[in-house]
Design a protein around this ligand. Structure first.
Ligand code: FRU
Length: 487
């Protein structure tokens, strides 16, 4: 492995080590994701002063390889008295020759749901950004009741921008602009408005407004629109994907799909990597009481980077970025066999960060149990429910501390055949990837004495055939920075 690993803050048992976040304080959305000057740049909504959502800045990391990360100086800071005086909200960035141009949402208390669009430019590879000061788009189009989160991408010789919105007629929308030069922008109307139909039992997910729209263009005018569903009263709810086709500036969307089946995932953002690969990071929020995360001094983490594709038949396919294999350390579990009828089979000890692959075939309800208290009183389950055709994640017993949120979450999963699962676990976050390309992200907060052990687990009458390998998941290499960086 390259470089040395520098510990940057006192450690606590719930802070992930293989996921990107600063040592302390609040973070939310990934922002400004771009490959520029030989580096992946990952900015994020950041409150440098505390573990709550306030004083939004853009924190900033860069990496040549997604493994070794360098914290850079804060990219965007609110300007006292300026258009962004109360926060530099979300947006993205594009690489334009030697310039890195960030587009973001300028927040002022007096227009709480209208964050107007502005820019900042870096000519030194992201070390310093110079905000333009005034607004790039000073007015939202008529009839918007919410407006924020620019997403800019290059399309042939021109640039295009989506902005998230809610319309006065009750529909959520992604609004389209274009520009020949990144300077002058023309509004073209809604690219897409209102999801065409409710999303199964999560019908509400269609949103009253869409935050952080992202667009993944594919061949022949096809594309995928990624939308974070927001409600005026309840805030963020989940993330949907519309696969479809663009015709003359209007996106004709197919039925909505869930981008992630878990409860703690929001505001994901795309990065187009060299060679055309698309990467995506999401924000995984805390699933515990605020006081607890305040006591630990931090809240929120980015997910691991995912490779994301739109398949020929209009499905979204996600898997962990291939680079993450470099974080695999010692193999801790290597087991195969049969578990039956509620008799647990111990598979071995895993650390608090591990990367696991499993081929599982179940009849009834059976799968993996992560036991985190030596007496077995604290555990988390990842089970196949062969009858329901679902993968089930149950965190009702994941923490002995009642301040951790419980719940059971599911994603569709083939049955009557072996299923390949990849699970990335890092202290308080688990990301479960199926070989069908579906994902479920969940937070959990064990407080048991441990050690953490993995079991093959079967419900009464159920059966599990398994092959399981687990490796230690090593920490990201966070370089010491020579410049002022977030504390
Ligand atoms: C999404 C979001 C964005 C906004 C930012 C503020 O989580 O609400 O719409 O720009 O967070 O932090």
């Amino acid at each position: 492995m390259k470089g040395t690993r520098v510990s940057t803050a006192p450690f606590d048992v719930h802070r992930p080590v293989a996921h990107l976040r600063p040592p302390r304080n609040w973070i939310n959305d990934p922002n400004g994701l771009v490959h520029h000057d030989g580096h992946y740049h990952v900015c994020y909504q950041y409150n440098p002063y505390g573990s709550d959502h306030a004083n939004m800045h853009w924190g900033h990391f860069r990496s040549p390889d997604l493994i070794s990360w360098e914290p850079l100086p804060i990219a965007l800071t609110p300007t006292p008295g300026g258009e962004d005086a109360d926060g530099c909200f979300s947006g993205n960035a594009v690489s334009d020759g030697d310039r890195l141009v960030a587009f973001y949402s300028a927040h002022r208390q007096e227009r709480p749901q209208h964050q107007l669009i502005t820019t900042a430019i870096s000519r030194d590879g992201g070390l310093t950004f110079h905000p333009r000061g005034d607004l790039l788009i000073p007015e939202p189009p008529d009839g918007t009741t919410m407006y924020r989160d620019p997403y800019v991408w290059q399309d042939g010789n021109s640039w295009r921008m989506l902005v998230g919105a809610a319309l006065a007629d009750g529909r959520a929308a992604a609004l389209l602009y274009d520009s020949p030069d990144l300077q002058t922008w023309t509004y073209r109307g809604p690219f897409c408005a209102g999801a065409p139909e409710p999303l199964g039992d999560r019908g509400l997910l269609t949103g009253e407004g869409w935050e952080c729209p992202q667009y993944l263009p594919a061949a022949d005018g096809r594309g995928a629109l990624i939308l974070s569903a927001w409600y005026e009263r309840d805030g963020p709810h989940g993330v949907l994907v519309l696969a479809g086709e663009e015709r003359g500036g209007v996106f004709e969307a197919g039925p909505p799909q869930l981008l992630d089946h878990g409860p703690d995932f929001y505001a994901p953002a795309l990065l187009r990597a060299p060679g055309g690969r698309w990467l995506l990071w999401g924000w995984s929020w805390e699933a515990r009481d605020k006081e607890w995360s305040a006591a630990e001094g931090w809240a929120g983490t980015l997910t691991v980077p995912r490779e994301i594709e739109l398949t020929e038949d209009g499905r979204i396919y996600q898997r962990p970025a291939a680079e993450l294999l470099a974080l695999r350390g010692e193999r801790t579990v290597h087991a195969s066999g049969l578990a039956l009828n509620s008799a647990p089979v111990d598979l071995g000890e895993v650390g608090r960060s591990f990367d696991l692959t499993a081929r599982l075939e179940a009849t009834g309800k059976a799968g993996l149990r992560l036991v985190t208290a030596a007496d077995g009183s604290e555990y988390s389950d990842i089970l196949l429910d062969a009858d329901a055709g679902q993968l089930v994640v149950d965190r009702d017993h994941a923490s002995l501390d009642p301040r951790a949120h419980g719940g059971t979450y599911t994603m569709p999963c083939p049955s009557g055949q072996p299923v390949d699962v990849r699970v990335v676990v890092d202290h308080s976050i688990a990301e479960i990837f199926l070989s069908t390309g579906q994902v479920l992200n969940v937070r959990f907060y064990p407080v048991g004495e441990g050690p953490w052990r993995l079991q093959a687990h079967t419900a009464p009458g159920a059966q599990l055939t398994y092959t399981i390998d687990a490796w230690q998941l090593l920490p990201l290499e966070i370089k010491e920075s020579s410049t002022d960086t977030p504390t």
